[in-house]
Design a protein around this ligand. Structure first.
Ligand code: DGJ
Length: 741
């Protein structure tokens, strides 16, 4: 245990008595009351902060586990020069914007009389279960901030959030509020990794040095966005690599406008601030009101980017996803969007369902076009009633047919949107986000319903609840195909209109959670024109996500490589679609397309009406093979052995089951270069002692010279040689532990 209990019991701090020591399995929140030091220990990680003699809350440590005897203490920082007063030189765990602060604040406010000086100092702490809450208050005004912390004992991932409460008698305007400020150890050569992207080109991983120029990752779009994602990882250029060295990482659980900033202050201390995006944000906190932030999750790995992502994957499965700690495996699904687009009807969908069932598909999903006057993207959104010319008897005959074929049934919806050409918009033109008298900019011919309004929220909840009551549905594919433009909420007082950024997302989460509560058998997919809304906030309510509309199998390798740095392969839907691909015109064999998609949660989105007998035979074999490795792909540990970076001839990934008894190796050739050079690829994560038999995924013979069985040690040092020639060629090997040699 990190602190002496006797010391803890001799507490003198303002706090809740008796002083508690929270211990959850291998994790602990401990308090050294005398030194005023707080420690979170778990998963091989220590995170510590403390109070200095002036009452500032200071970050003290974040990294590999410290020994219980290691002493930490906070000390007041002196003025550096006339240009740097003490309050700004002091590294603070959650600074108020005041007293000359020149780094990112935790909280920036304006009091009713125009005073904008906020200095937050320690007031006390509380412990409940495994969560420690630190209370801060302004040095003079009754404005309180509570910072909550806990640590996951298995992964060492810390959860932080903040709540501001106005205990005064006049309103206080909140201009900026972070969930947390994180401070890295004072070391050199940090590198920031982050995502960039756009529609059909999400999840590009970027790397740049961390310096004193502030780097801002953000969405100003009202939603998570394709352009970036609320995730970061920071490693050390001189020490870290894919499977080695330190990595600090984090992700914000928020699906609205967000911001994560990274930069070093003038003393070289690297800070990461994450929370609501202050861009166009304002929240007038009335007397007695509180405002809470989303959770900022942050972790540390000693095993490089690979280790960091494996911790994130485990954490999501154990704590974030619906059904955690045992979320359900993803069924193999079929979706006809790329095959039929809006041209869905009962006979066509039934025919596709029969063909899908014949190849082993387990879930059949009807996409856009089944409702209202939805024959193209110019009409119908908002009218969630079955289109009777396409489905004369409603959806029931199709659903019965799908169930009769042994598959579950999924349906596409885009509840937050409305076309002008819809009954809903004709009845409620004021239900959208808009500024009176200004243009209402459309995206894909649609406007965004203002979910921040409770009447809109209630209407959507009832509509979706009715849909699920009237139809035997097992999955909603929840789409969202544009971002905000004129985010007006004219029904509110001007000073309260910018609450829209928070209230909208809170109401979205409310609808999702309420639907799940009322319909526990229904799963949800988060889709936003591909990967525009993927974050730890929406993932609490959604079982799977659609990473990109780009289904080209090679582009998908790069997308999947980026995606898995932050999020689990288990939620990553990956469809096999037709060739040449719509996104880039590239052609690839059906086997290559399957092997690309089998690295996530397998789906099929091709036009089965055009498939040959040979295609069906290949697909049937691949779907059956996927079912033998699905648990390892969706639950196991992922090793990105060779990234599919531009210029790399081939890429390789490895999935190892938790018990290490199965491993699946994928090797994907882009284009062979020069003369055959099948360098060996060493596997990772196996048990050195176990004996592994190897087979090809499709039952074909093993490459010449490859033993049928060998120890984990052999595969991890000698590696595998797979000679591949040509363009876009894929292979997969399955390793099974066996007692036979
Ligand atoms: C965008 C999604 O990403 C696609 O998969 C499809 O559902 C279309 N919307 C339908 O309009």
């Amino acid at each position: 245990m990190a602190m002496e209990l006797s010391m803890i019991l001799r507490a003198t701090m303002v706090g809740v008595a008796p002083i508690a020591l929270a211990v959850a399995a291998d994790a602990a929140v401990s308090v050294d009351s005398e030194a005023k030091v707080f420690r979170l220990d778990g998963g091989g990680v220590t995170y510590a902060f403390g109070v200095d003699e002036k009452g500032y809350l200071q970050p003290l440590y974040w990294g590999p586990s410290l020994a219980p005897r290691d002493k930490l203490s906070a000390g007041a920082a002196p003025e550096l020069s006339g240009f740097d007063p003490a309050g700004s030189v002091t590294a603070q765990e959650y600074p108020g914007q005041g007293e000359g602060l020149v780094t990112e604040p935790g909280l920036k406010v304006a009091f009713a009389n125009g005073n904008r000086d906020l200095v937050l100092k320690y007031q006390g702490y509380r412990i409940a279960g495994d969560t420690v809450t630190i209370d801060l208050t302004d040095i003079e005004r009754p404005l309180f901030v509570s910072l909550r912390y806990n640590i996951d004992p298995a992964t060492g991932i810390i959860a932080r959030d903040a709540t501001v409460r106005n205990a005064g008698t006049a309103p206080v305007r909140v201009d900026q509020i972070a969930s947390a400020i994180l401070t890295l150890p004072n070391q050199p050569d940090y590198r920031l990794h982050y995502f960039s992207g756009r529609h059909a080109a999400e999840w590009t991983l970027n790397t740049q040095p961390v310096g004193s120029a502030l780097t801002v990752l953000e969405s100003r779009r009202g939603s998570t966005g394709h352009q970036s994602d609320p995730w970061f990882a920071i490693d050390r250029a001189s020490e870290s690599a894919e499977e080695s060295g330190p990595v600090w990482f984090g992700a914000l659980a928020w699906s609205g406008s967000w911001r994560i900033s990274v930069g070093a202050d003038n003393l070289g201390r690297v800070k990461i601030a994450g929370g609501y995006n202050p861009y166009d944000f304002s929240w007038r906190l009335k007397p007695g009101e509180s405002l809470s932030t989303p959770t900022f999750y942050a972790g540390y790995s000693t095993a490089g980017m690979g280790g960091a992502s494996r911790l994130m994957h485990r954490f999501q499965l154990a704590h974030i996803l619906p059904g955690a700690p045992a979320p359900k495996l993803r069924p193999v699904l079929y979706n006809s969007w790329e095959a039929t687009e809006f041209n869905v009807n009962e006979a066509g969908q039934m025919r596709l369902a029969e063909k899908a069932a014949a190849i082993g598909v387990e879930r059949f999903v009807v996409d856009d076009g089944w409702f209202g006057a939805r024959n193209n993207d110019r009409a119908g959104l908002g009218d969630w009633v079955v289109n009777r010319s396409k489905f004369p008897n409603g959806l029931a005959p199709l659903i019965d047919k799908v169930h009769g074929l042994g598959m579950s049934f999924g349906l596409w919806v885009e509840p937050e949107m409305v076309n002008r050409d819809s009954d809903l918009y004709r009845s409620h033109p004021d239900w959208v986000l808009y500024y009176p008298g200004r243009p209402r900019t459309e995206g894909r011919n649609q406007l965004v319903l203002n979910l921040a309004r409770d009447d809109v929220r209630d209407h959507l909840l009832k509509t979706l609840d009715d849909l699920l009551r009237q139809n035997d549905i097992q999955l909603l594919k929840w789409d969202y195909n544009r971002n905000w433009t004129e985010p007006g909420w004219p029904q509110m007082k001007p000073e309260d209109q910018q609450r829209v950024y928070v209230r909208y997302v809170q109401n979205l989460y409310y609808i999702l959670s309420e639907l799940r509560r009322r319909h526990p058998g229904v799963e949800i997919e988060s889709c936003s024109g591909g990967g525009g809304r993927i974050d730890l906030g929406i993932m609490r309510y959604t079982d799977q996500v659609w990473p990109s509309d780009n289904t080209d199998p090679y582009d998908r390798l790069t997308i999947q490589d980026g995606f898995t740095h932050a999020y689990a392969p288990a939620v990553m839907m990956a469809w096999v679609t037709d060739t040449p691909n719509w996104a880039n015109g590239r052609s690839a064999s059906l086997t290559y397309r399957f092997l690309s998609s089998m690295q996530g949660s397998l789906g099929i989105g091709a036009n089965l009406d055009k498939w040959t007998d040979q295609d069906f035979a290949t697909a049937k074999a691949m779907v059956a093979a996927y079912k033998t490795i699905r648990e390892t792909v969706q639950r196991g540990d992922l090793y990105r052995l060779l990234p599919p970076s531009p210029g790399n001839e081939r890429s390789a990934t490895l999935y190892v089951s938790r018990d290490k008894r199965q491993a699946v190796f994928f090797q994907m050739l882009h284009s062979s270069m020069r003369r055959d050079n099948p360098l060996a690829v060493a596997l990772r994560g196996l048990s050195a002692e176990m004996n592994y038999h190897v087979r090809t995924i499709d039952g074909s013979s093993l490459p010449a010279g490859m033993p049928q069985a060998a120890s984990g040690s052999y595969w991890m040092t000698r590696g595998v040689n797979l000679l591949q020639r040509g363009d876009f060629v894929g292979d997969a090997l399955v390793f099974e532990a066996s007692d036979r040699s």
